[in-house]
Design a protein around this ligand. Structure first.
Ligand SMILES: Cc1cc2nc3c(=O)[nH]c(=O)nc-3n(C[C@H](O)[C@H](O)[C@H](O)COP(=O)(O)OP(=O)(O)OC[C@H]3O[C@@H](n4cnc5c(N)ncnc54)[C@H](O)[C@@H]3O)c2cc1C
Length: 330
């Protein structure tokens, strides 16, 4: 017979860990935390810059340091079972989760579920970025993982498309590794990132930010060799004029994140098509009773600190739901 668990949390990033600890503090006795990676911590493991924890811990931490403050507590709690390398691939309305693990396929039925599955990056294919398809074009978060976790440098001369926080952080990261970051190109009138990141990541490193500009074409056969840049008007239409070229061997694309909610969708939960986030009665709620979504899966957050705060709430919401509903009779 399939084993039934009180609370299953999918995703072991800051959201999943905060939810697990808060659910325990609110009296949930049995928590299973599924994480597809081999470590807890989620995206924080690749964010080796500082800027985490200013709100929650009143301390300036790196991503891994911030994560570590939760990993230790999760690991110590014997009523939280952490299952790493466990990839949830199927979810049904009656709260059955199917999970792929090395050499095994596991099915678990839960009384309550929290999805803390984070986001994936939007790619070049999702925006109008014409040109050839050479090597050297990467989503910025992937480039961050390559540099910070794998020890690879994606190139020597880079242009960054998009000035959200990931693009800004990567401009500085590449500059620190000796890459010539030629420009950050932003189609909007202002940067989409935090002001502190514009100052600390671009201005302090002399990296130009071209607002109201777009990359109109990527050139290169085997490898990127240049991009064309044009200025746009208020309606994001190209202004007349020749524009200019920037020689480069790398283009990082940082044009937003998409919350990962395909499992919820699979179970028939209502999803907002525009944002790919669950539709529910309030923060963390979905349209399926007892099923919650928190962290970047619920909405894209600027700061991990706010992810922690709202995911602790998700843990308490799941505990309240469990307290209100009878466990099924055996
Ligand atoms: C480049 C970058 C820079 C940032 N800089 C800062 C900063 O300076 N300061 C700051 O406060 N915040 C920063 N952030 C934001 C912060 O890192 C995020 O808001 C936070 O990590 C989101 O937490 P999360 O747990 O929702 O998602 P994630 O950290 O993405 O964790 C989601 C977890 O779910 C797992 N998962 C997904 N699907 C499944 C599945 N089907 N089965 C099992 N496991 C699954 C993933 O493997 C992952 O471990 C930055 C983010 C990025 C990307």
């Amino acid at each position: 017979m399939m084993k039934e668990r009180e609370l299953v949390i999918v995703g072991g990033g800051p959201a999943g860990m905060a939810a697990a600890l808060a659910a325990r503090a609110a009296g949930v006795e049995d928590v299973l935390l599924l994480e597809r990676d081999q470590h807890l911590g989620g995206i924080l493991n690749q964010c080796i810059h500082t800027g985490f924890g200013l709100q929650h811990f009143k301390a300036e931490l790196t991503g891994p340091e911030y994560a570590e403050r939760f990993v230790g507590r999760v690991r110590q709690d014997k009523r939280i079972e952490v299952s790493l390398r466990s990839f949830a691939v199927r979810f049904t309305k009656d709260k059955v989760i199917s999970c792929l693990m090395p050499g095994a396929f596991r099915e678990v039925k839960a009384r309550s579920v929290i999805f803390a599955t984070g986001c994936r990056e939007r790619t070049r294919e999702m925006i109008p970025l014409p040109g050839s398809r050479p090597a050297g074009v990467y989503p910025a978060g992937l480039a961050q993982k390559m540099i910070n976790m794998e020890g690879w440098l994606p190139g020597r001369e880079a242009v960054i498309v998009g000035s959200g926080d990931i693009g800004l952080i990567m401009a500085r990261r590449m500059a620190l590794e000796g890459v010539k970051v030629k420009a950050v190109i932003e189609i909007q009138k202002t940067s989409r990132g935090l002001v502190r990141n514009v100052v600390q990541c671009l201005e302090d490193f002399g990296i130009p930010l071209y607002l109201q500009h777009r990359v109109a074409r990527i050139h290169g056969r085997d490898r990127v060799n240049k991009v064309d840049v044009v200025k746009v008007d208020e309606e994001l239409k190209d202004l007349p004029g020749p524009g200019f070229e920037i020689a480069c061997d790398t283009v990082l694309v940082s044009v937003g994140l998409i919350p990962e909610n395909e499992l919820l969708e699979m179970a028939g939960a209502e999803i907002d098509r525009k944002t790919n986030t669950p539709v529910g009665a309030g923060v963390n709620f979905t349209s399926i009773p007892g099923v919650f979504a928190c962290g970047n899966a619920c909405k894209v957050y600027d700061l991990a600190d706010w992810v922690t705060r709202d995911s602790e709430l998700a843990g308490r919401q799941a505990a309240q739901y469990l307290a209100k509903t009878e466990p099924p009779r055996l």
